[in-house]
Design a protein around this ligand. Sequence first.
Ligand SMILES: C[S@@+](CC[C@H](N)C(=O)[O-])C[C@H]1O[C@@H](n2cnc3c(N)ncnc32)[C@H](O)[C@@H]1O
Length: 208
Amino acid sequence: MAKGKNFSAVAKTWDEKPQRLELAVAVAAAIRENIPLDRQMEALEFGSGTGLVTFHLQQQLKHVTAMDSAAGMLAVVEEKALAANVDNVSTQHNDTTIPSLAREGYGFIFSSMVLHHVCNIDSTLKALIAGLKTGGVLALADLVMEDGSFHDNDQVVEHHGVDPAWLIDQLYEMGLTNARSVIAHRIVKQRGLKRHTYPVFLVWAYKE
Ligand SMILES: C[S@@+](CC[C@H](N)C(=O)[O-])C[C@H]1O[C@@H](n2cnc3c(N)ncnc32)[C@H](O)[C@@H]1O
């Protein structure tokens, strides 16, 4: 579903990059600092990958559905859950460009580093918001707009990051309230002789 990259093919080695682990720790920490999680919450991670963020948060939630379009990523989530005896994480394969949620009424929907791979962000946001129950919260982490140098090997992506101010406007237009944003992390990459810093935002907003 995501343009330009076969995420299933890289699933088994996805967690080998320390930068990805650090990012997941930072995104999970920013979520915990800003959003009151509780053990009654049914949650969904959209574009979970191998569940890096999900496994940092699942202990504070009732249940997390890890949704991804790459079956290989979900197989890794299932292996990890089994190995760690985690019984409140399940997987859902999404084979459409726009997320097709199996149920509604989630108290918390989150995603990290997915929106820039999504062709139609507006339709994706609408589908995620439709999945929230009243009082539920949507939290989205992604790259702040960058110059196109973030992805290696000329990987084709839909967007070179996302403008958090624009995202907040979209969420308000779609009826969410109390939208906020923070910089959750900064990814540093060596680009030739230069070190390049890519900020990652977390935007969250409530359905009332
Ligand atoms: C850059 S990876 C991020 C994975 C994970 N969130 C992380 O931080 O490690 C993007 C993920 O989004 C998934 N994805 C892209 N488009 C999707 C869609 N329409 N529905 C579900 N998953 C999607 C990809 O398969 C991939 O696993």
